[in-house]
Write a protein that binds this ligand. Structure first.
Ligand SMILES: C[S@@+](CC[C@H](N)C(=O)[O-])C[C@H]1O[C@@H](n2cnc3c(N)ncnc32)[C@H](O)[C@@H]1O
Length: 194
């Protein structure tokens, strides 16, 4: 697939989400940050859907809350000040296996403390949990960055997960600049339709 402009990687990831989401779906934003991806998911699932958004920084949860409030989307989003590694504990049992999309935009909060970054071990755990909880036809999307300290190691973890899924016969795509050092790329893994 053709490379995408770095400033458009997040938009591309959002498009990959919205082309799968249906009204009434449950979705997860594993890294709420400024709330842009959460708002995109919330719009796509509609008033009868629900989004769980995670971040470990109060600043990010506040930013996301404020964006959703302005957009009139707060009613369909649960904000969790906790790690995405705790995804399974947060979903209700009725939501297990029902996610339309899980999206992760790794790295650090734009404009925030660049030393607070997503970590390989929790990312690895969260990606696997999120994929397990997708519904048939659901999609996992992960934007990985290699330009900050710790980024290449985390990108390798994402890549290992991708290779395992591909070896298991799943449809896996690497969109964007993979494998260009310093550039972001997007992993897309689709759960087979029933
Ligand atoms: C690149 S930003 C996300 C951008 C966001 N999706 C948006 O639309 O603005 C990465 C975020 O991941 C958060 N983060 C780091 N470790 C985390 C973890 N274990 N669980 C959830 N969020 C985490 C950071 O606090 C940061 O806000």
């Amino acid at each position: 697939m053709a490379p995408v402009n770095p400033i458009r990687v997040t938009e591309r990831a959002q498009k990959l989400a919205t082309e799968v989401l249906r009204p009434g779906d449950i979705a997860v934003d594993g890294t709420a940050g400024k709330g842009r991806d959460t708002a995109c998911l919330a719009q796509a699932v509609g008033p009868n859907g629900h989004v769980h958004a995670f971040d470990i920084q109060p600043e990010a949860i506040t930013s996301t809350h404020n964006l959703l409030e302005v957009a009139g989307l707060l009613d369909r989003v649960s904000l969790h000040l906790r790690s995405h590694a705790e995804l399974t504990e947060v979903l209700t049992s009725a939501q297990h296996g029902k996610l339309g999309v899980a999206i992760f935009n790794l790295g650090y909060l734009p404009g925030g403390d660049a030393s607070i970054i997503t970590q390989p071990s929790s990312t690895n755990h969260a990606l696997r949990s999120a994929f397990d909880h997708l519904r048939p036809g659901g999609r996992l999307i992960c934007v990985a960055y290699t330009g900050h300290p710790g980024g290449p190691e985390e990108s390798d973890i994402v890549l290992k997960f991708a290779e395992e899924q591909a070896a298991a016969g799943l449809h896996v795509e690497k969109v964007g600049y993979y494998p260009t050092p310093g550039k972001p790329w997007i992993l897309v893994v689709n759960k087979p339709a029933a």
